[in-house]
Ligand binder design. Structure first.
Ligand code: NAP
Length: 297
């Protein structure tokens, strides 16, 4: 290791990185390079901008160049799958890979987004088992959250989306993953949110609404809806405090943002690559570095 902010690179340096398009805004180098430095590992983490149509070339090239591991971000989380040697069962069920781990003869693909969310929730003292889970959105992330919810034993899973058919498709899929005789998932159109049954939800906000620069927006404004939410998790991480979170809190609930999910998907990837165990103190250090890179105090 060199002095502050300087990492010595030599013939033994291992390389990891993130492939995406665009990739320039990524916060992952702050997480991984902080972990490597703190653990004294001779490892660097670099962003790789991969042009459209080259996901396969990038995976093969990364393997040929002896990279230890890769993160995969938008839009390549599905595209890399055919180029893997092996895929972890959770990533296969989710149908998206965000982490490649070097193995003999090729990369093995994992999904650390959902384990990352689960670890963040556990740290925040939020459980899923036995909960009525309400998911806002029916995109790629919402689908993965619904799979996490059924695997972790949610009592009910209600998926609300602007396009009802997409929510219905996920509900059918998730019911297919539930134990025999149990159908925990159902779908509702967003515009029908006033008819929501029940009154104590763990709500997970998995739409793009409220993301920078449209930070004044929330997917639902109705206070009556928020009074049914005891805990709200917004997966949006920029801004770190969203209007959805403010509405949850104003109506008596606890609210959390998406930054810790981002942190822990990275930490779990780092652990897979290096075999290191990242403890709470080190996680805090990486969290601080990530927030500094995002100019958040
Ligand atoms: P996606 O596949 O594009 O899905 C977007 C979802 O948002 C769809 O359900 C869409 O509804 C809904 N939506 C978009 N604009 C809307 C509007 N104006 N009104 C109502 N609904 C609207 O996106 P994704 O990949 O699932 O990502 C979703 C969110 O997760 C993003 O905010 C992203 O930042 C966040 N995320 C966070 C992390 C983290 O580590 N914290 C990691 C990954 C993603 P329709 O189906 O009707 O179009």
């Amino acid at each position: 290791m060199g002095g502050k902010g300087f990492m010595k690179i030599d013939g033994y340096t291992r390389v990891c990185g993130v492939m995406g398009n665009p990739v320039e805004h990524t916060m992952s180098p702050a997480i991984h390079n902080t972990l490597a430095q703190a653990l004294g590992e001779n490892l660097v983490y670099i962003p790789f901008h991969v042009p459209a149509g080259h996901a396969g070339d990038a995976v093969r090239g990364a393997y040929a160049l002896n990279l230890l591991g890769m993160n995969v971000t938008v839009p390549y989380k599905r595209d890399v799958v055919p180029f893997l040697k092996e895929i972890d069962p959770l990533a296969e069920t989710i149908g998206a890979v965000n982490t490649l781990v070097r193995t003999e003869g090729g990369f093995k693909g994992y999904n650390t987004d959902m384990p990352g969310l689960y670890r963040a929730m556990s740290e925040d003292g939020v459980g899923i088992e036995g909960e009525d889970v309400l998911i806002l959105g029916a995109g790629g992330v919402a689908r993965a959250v619904a799979i996490l919810a059924v695997r972790k034993g949610a009592r009910r899973i209600l998926i609300l989306n602007r396009t009802l058919e997409k929510a219905q498709r996920i509900a059918r899929e998730v019911n297919g993953l539930a134990p025999a005789g149990v159908q925990p998932a159902s779908a509702l159109a967003l515009e029908e949110c006033a008819t929501l049954p029940g009154d104590r939800y763990l709500a997970i906000q998995a739409t793009n609404v409220g993301m920078f620069p449209k930070t004044e927006d929330a997917v639902i404004e109705d206070a009556a809806f928020y009074r049914k939410v005891h805990t709200g998790y917004d997966l949006v991480f920029n801004p770190p405090r969203t209007r959805f979170m403010a509405l949850v809190e104003e109506n008596g609930g606890r609210a959390f943002g998406g930054l810790k999910m981002l942190l822990y998907q990275g930490i779990i990837a780092y652990e897979l690559w290096t075999g290191a165990q990242v403890d709470a103190g080190l996680a805090e250090k990486a969290y601080a570095a990530m927030k500094e890179a995002m100019h958040i105090s």
